[in-house]
Design a protein around this ligand. Structure first.
Ligand SMILES: Cc1cc2nc3c(=O)[nH]c(=O)nc-3n(C[C@H](O)[C@H](O)[C@H](O)COP(=O)(O)O)c2cc1C
Length: 173
C-alpha cells in the first residue's frame, strides 16, 4: 500500500506535497551516477549528479539540473560547456570525492582534456561533451540544456544510486 500520497485524479487545487514527501518519493527512483565537469579560467571543476536526462536525439540534446549553491554552477554558466562523465561501477570513490566540498577533486583523479579543453574523467562508463544552448532557473536550481558535441562509451557498467545508497546493476534480472 502506498501511504500519504494523493492519487485521486482530481486533487483539490490548493493541494501541495511537502518537500519531505517529495524527497521520499525521489529516493525510490534509481539513478545513474555521473560527474558533471567543466573548466573555467584555467581551473577544473565538477560535482556528482544524477539529475541528467535525455531531451532529444535530433539534434542530440540532454539536460542537467544544478543547484545554484554548487560551486560548479557559476563555472558552467560562464564557460557554457560541460562534460557528463557516466561513473563506472568500480569508480565509487570518484562519485564520493565529487560530492564533497573538497578543493581540487581532480588532483587525485586520472583525467584528460577534450579538444575543447573541458576535463573528462578516465575509465568512465561513457561521456557526453556538451555546449550549453539554453538555461532556465527553477526554484533553487538551474536547468542547463546541452547540445552534444562529442560522445563515447567504454562498455563498463555504470554505478547506480538508489534509496540514498550507491549500488550496482544486478548481473541478471
Ligand atoms: C548521488 C548524488 C547525486 C547528486 N545529484 C545532484 C544533481 O543532480 N544536481 C546537483 O546540483 N547536486 C547533486 N548532488 C549534490 C552534489 O554532488 C554536492 O552537493 C556537491 O558537493 C556540490 O558541489 P560543490 O561541493 O562543489 O558545491 C548529488 C549528490 C549525490 C551524492
Amino acid at each position: 500500500m502506498i501511504d500519504e500520497l494523493r492519487l485521486s485524479n482530481s486533487p483539490a487545487p490548493s493541494a501541495q506535497v511537502d518537500s519531505d514527501t517529495f524527497r521520499r518519493v525521489m529516493r525510490s527512483l534509481a539513478g545513474t551516477v555521473t560527474v558533471i565537469s567543466t573548466e573555467n579560467d584555467g581551473g577544473l571543476h565538477g560535482f556528482t549528479a544524477t539529475a541528467v536526462c535525455s531531451v532529444c536525439a535530433e539534434p542530440p540534446t540532454i539536460l542537467i539540473v544544478v543547484n545554484r549553491s554548487a560551486r560548479t554552477h557559476a563555472h558552467i554558466s560562464r564557460r557554457q560547456a560541460f562534460v557528463v562523465n557516466v561513473v563506472a561501477e568500480d569508480q565509487r570513490s570518484v562519485a564520493e570525492k565529487f560530492s564533497t566540498k573538497e578543493n581540487d577533486p581532480f588532483g587525485a583523479i586520472p583525467h584528460s582534456l577534450t579538444v575543447n579543453r573541458v576535463p573528462m574523467i578516465d575509465n568512465s562508463s561513457a561521456y557526453l561533451e556538451c555546449q550549453v544552448c539554453d538555461m532556465r532557473d527553477v526554484g533553487t536550481h538551474t536547468i542547463f540544456i546541452g547540445r552534444i558535441v562529442n560522445a563515447g562509451v567504454s562498455g563498463k557498467a555504470p554505478l547506480l544510486y538508489y534509496d540514498g545508497q550507491y549500488s550496482k546493476l544486478p548481473t541478471t534480472v
